[in-house]
Design a protein around this ligand. Structure first.
Ligand SMILES: [Zn+2]
Length: 133
C-alpha cells in the first residue's frame, strides 16, 4: 500500500526546468515575442506600450490599462502558432478590455483559426506552467 502511494507521487511529480534552462527561455522570449507583437499589432490596429517577459505559474499573458503587455517565457515551449494566438489575444485587449463577443470577433478577424490554436493550450498548457518557479 505504501509503495502504491509512493509510486503515485513519483508519477505525479513533474521534473522542473533548471534555472539555466529558464534563463535561456527568458532570453529567447525577449527576442521572439516582441517580434511577434510587432508583426500582429498593425493587423489588430493597435500600438502597444511596453512588453515585459516573466516566468509565471498562472498566466500566459496579460495586458494593463496603460497598454503594457506581459508574456510568459514558457510560451517558448509551445508551438509557435500557439504562442502567436496568445500575442493576438493580448493585443485585442488593447481594443476590448474584456472577453465579450466584440473581443472574440476582433480576435477571429485577425486569426480565424484562433480556437484551434487555443485548444492546444487548454490541453497541454497546465503541464508547461509547472516549469515556472
Ligand atoms: Zn484575455
Amino acid at each position: 500500500m505504501d509503495f502504491w502511494i509512493f509510486g503515485r507521487r513519483r508519477i505525479k511529480r513533474t521534473p522542473r526546468k533548471q534555472t539555466a534552462e529558464i534563463d535561456e527561455l527568458m532570453k529567447q522570449a525577449k527576442k521572439v515575442i516582441p517580434e511577434r507583437v510587432a508583426f500582429f499589432a498593425p493587423l489588430v490596429g493597435v500600438v502597444p506600450g511596453r512588453i515585459a517577459i516573466r516566468c509565471q505559474k498562472t498566466r500566459w499573458g496579460s495586458c494593463s490599462a496603460k497598454g503594457n503587455l506581459n508574456f510568459n517565457c514558457l510560451l517558448m515551449l509551445a508551438p509557435p502558432e500557439v504562442m502567436d494566438s496568445v500575442v493576438v489575444h493580448e493585443l485585442c485587449h488593447l481594443k476590448q478590455m474584456n472577453h465579450s463577443k466584440k473581443f472574440y470577433d476582433e480576435v477571429l478577424r485577425v486569426m480565424p483559426d484562433y480556437r484551434t490554436r487555443q485548444k492546444w493550450l487548454k490541453e497541454h498548457g497546465a503541464e508547461l506552467l509547472k516549469h515556472a518557479y
